[in-house]
Design a binder for this molecule. Sequence first.
Ligand code: HEC
Length: 119
Amino acid sequence: MKWIMAAGVGLAGLLAAWLLLFQLPEKEAAAPEQPSASVPEVEVDAASMETIYKSNCMGCHGSDYQGAMGPALSQVGSALDRERLYAKIAKGGGGMPAFEGRLSEDEIVGLANWLEDFK
Ligand code: HEC
């Protein structure tokens, strides 16, 4: 009789170990990625972003991001995440030209990362 209980306890232990080993990591892996995951987070060189801004964006968004024909961008990182910033710059719309094809993928990703910190 004792050995049956011992085997039971042993099996329960094995089951618990199995759950720990296999179930938990699987659950962790299934957790949703951060929302901006598809636009990579990159280190940006602010000086080169400012150069791109001056020649492509400043005319409509202002020399101090205060806005002109386009809206102010000085706080845009609080309103839009990296994904939305990227989409707006790439696709334009609402009076803003699309920069896909005019700027490189890396430049648009860089701008999105840069503007994300405007808060
Ligand atoms: C020809 C003028 C023009 C140029 C050039 C321009 N924009 Fe815009 N931009 C606009 C307008 C107009 C809007 C508002 C669009 C809307 O309401 O949908 C806008 C909206 C945006 C927004 C969204 C702001 C918000 O609060 O919703 C971002 C971000 C942005 N522009 C970034 C840029 C960047 C970065 C560049 C340069 C690569 C650029 N824009 C160049 C006119 C321009």
